[in-house]
Design a protein around this ligand. Structure first.
Ligand code: UT7
Length: 324
């Protein structure tokens, strides 16, 4: 018995912004972006492509693939840091948009680890209630949270959504384990303020606005180390080695981080799925979009050992292993 992915889906905004397009916005160039990040283009949300709309379209595709109807979904969890409204949650907008009338729904803020923390939640929830079907979505329109004058960040991120339906199976497939961690003490290295407080006593010092701010070099080092550690800890706890893994689907932030991960984990590059060139860093959406890409390209077969790892603002990070 186990908790499996019944179906996956994704949705990207129509507009594609190339590195060359960015050259007219900030002092940057295609060559710098390609060599330092591996990114060639990203999708940018437009009218009627808010976070909940992208999330709902991805969810609908995942439900079709899973052969599950909206009324069978019991819980919707959306990992996001770019809801179009502070309240209600994106998950509640998704619930009504897709007609999941029997579900309860809420958002989860774990930045780029949003989908992974949601996966962990689905795992534990379905273990407690085998009849439950959980829709986990990672969805972002980070283009609405970027300082388009800051070349350190605005070239990195993109918009999109990915979703997976989790459910119970009687056979020997399913989630083998997860290993999630956080460290709030390093928040300043990657953060985003909220709107100014209307209570003068609760004003946050140095609120530079609701934009992503990042110390890229420092975050890079932490990302490599944290993903490597969580993967190794998870594998060791299950008595497995990296040679047992069929495919690794990591958070897509920077191709150089992924190359370092290949080196540190001592895997062949073909075992690590990479699509950062097309979408940039889509934060919580990056892993479920990559999962749906890999799945629709036929790269995952029944019985494969699929390993996920993420790192994001918080800091938040973790690894998860599924026998597909
Ligand atoms: O998803 C959450 C996790 N996020 C991440 O994992 C991101 C981690 N960090 C990174 O991916 C990389 O650190 C960046 C891609 C953000 C930056 O790459 P880097 O190799 O660490 O560059 P750097 O920040 O050290 O900057 C090198 C130079 C600087 O110029 P000087 O001081 O050497 O003259 C920057 O001002 O590159 C300059 N630079 C740029 N030049 C052209 C920074 N951004 C740009 C740009 N275009 N967009």
């Amino acid at each position: 018995m186990g908790i499996v992915v019944l179906g996956t889906g994704s949705c990207l905004p129509k507009r594609v912004m190339s590195n060359v397009d960015l050259e007219s916005i900030v002092d940057t160039n295609d060559e710098w972006i390609r060599t330092r990040t591996g990114i060639e283009s990203r999708h940018i949300g437009g009218k009627d492509e808010q976070t909940y709309i992208l999330a709902s379209r991805a969810a609908e595709k995942a439900m079709v693939a899973a052969e599950v109807t909206p009324d069978q979904i019991g819980l919707i969890v959306v990992g996001t840091i770019s809801s179009h409204m502070q309240m209600p949650s994106t998950a509640c907008f998704v619930q009504t948009e897709i007609g999941a009338k029997n579900a309860f729904a809420y958002d989860l803020n774990a930045a780029c680890s949003g989908f992974m923390y949601g996966l962990d939640l689905a795992y534990k929830y379905i273990l407690a209630d085998h009849s439950m079907k959980v829709l986990v979505i990672g969805a972002e329109t980070l283009s609405s949270r970027l300082d388009w004058a800051d070349r350190n960040t605005c070239i990195l991120f993109g918009d999109g959504a990915g979703a997976a339906v989790f459910g119970f199976t009687d056979d020997d497939r399913g989630i083998i384990g997860t290993h999630m961690l956080s460290d709030g003490s390093l928040w300043e290295l990657l953060h985003m303020h909220g709107p100014e407080s209307s209570n003068p006593d609760l004003k946050v010092e140095n609120n530079t606005g609701a934009f992503i701010r990042m110390e890229g070099r420092e975050v890079f080092k932490h990302a490599v180390r944290a993903m490597e550690d969580s993967v190794n800890t998870l594998l060791a706890s299950k008595g497995l080695s990296i040679d047992d893994i069929s495919l690794i689907i990591p958070h897509q932030a920077n191709i150089r981080i992924l190359h370092k991960l290949v080196e540190r984990l001592k895997v062949t590059p073909d075992k690590v799925f990479i699509n950062v060139s097309k979408y940039g860093n889509t934060s919580a959406a990056s892993i479920p979009i990559a999962l749906d890409d890999a799945n629709s390209q036929g790269l995952i077969a029944e019985g494969d050992m699929v390993l996920f790892c993420s790192f994001g603002g918080g800091f938040t990070w973790g690894a998860a292993l599924i026998k597909w």
